[in-house]
Design a protein around this ligand. Sequence first.
Ligand code: GLP
Length: 241
Amino acid sequence: MKIMKVDHYEEMSQEAAKLVKEKIKANPKATLGLATGGTPVGMYEQLIKEYKEGSLSFRHVKTINLDEYVGLTAGDENSYRAYMNNLFFKHIDIPNESTFLPNGDADDLQKECEYYEETIKSIGGVDLQILGIGGNGHIAFNEPGTPFTSRTHVVKLASATREANARYFDDEEDVPEYAVTMGIETILESKEIVLLASGENKAEALRELVEGEKDEANPSTALQGHPNLTIIADRQACKKL
Ligand code: GLP
């Protein structure tokens, strides 16, 4: 595990964008695993800037996202599909058919999970996975207690997660109760992982990830065994390290 301590959110975003850019330069057909939430927004902004300046193209890149809420259509402004389209995809030259997210509105969610696993395989697996971390140690939507052997599955969101994400909805009641998420084992199969953490509210989760015992009670500790993990965290998030 490599830890890159940076001063603030902007620097974290720039360093993350730099790693993504290097990956695409080395392999223009790279598959990127992407995350949502507040943390990676600055990284996406930086990547859009690089694209607009002409120093980066996503024409042959594929992207696959970690998770999606159950019950929201792709057109719903709170879906992760809408987040990705609005904050990233529509600003760059990636073909729509090269971007993948679970369909949280599928009639048969179990089948959707299986289909998503097949999709990951069919595009050659994830070359570089970007991750955030929940205050309770979740990665993607793998809540505390999720088996480390889990594959893409439907999850009931922890109340702490629904509270944390309520800021995007009119009302906390509107936050979906369930989500489809890549499993922990699915995530661990990524060839390289970059985890981003910013702010004091992530300090305890980050301490657990770096120094805690590997335990399913804390999903992020599964990452300790990954052979190519880089953590980019700002001063506030590193407070307890
Ligand atoms: C969300 C997402 C995760 C994200 C995490 C932290 O619920 N499913 O992928 O990493 O929680 O979110 P944020 O970056 O907004 O703190």
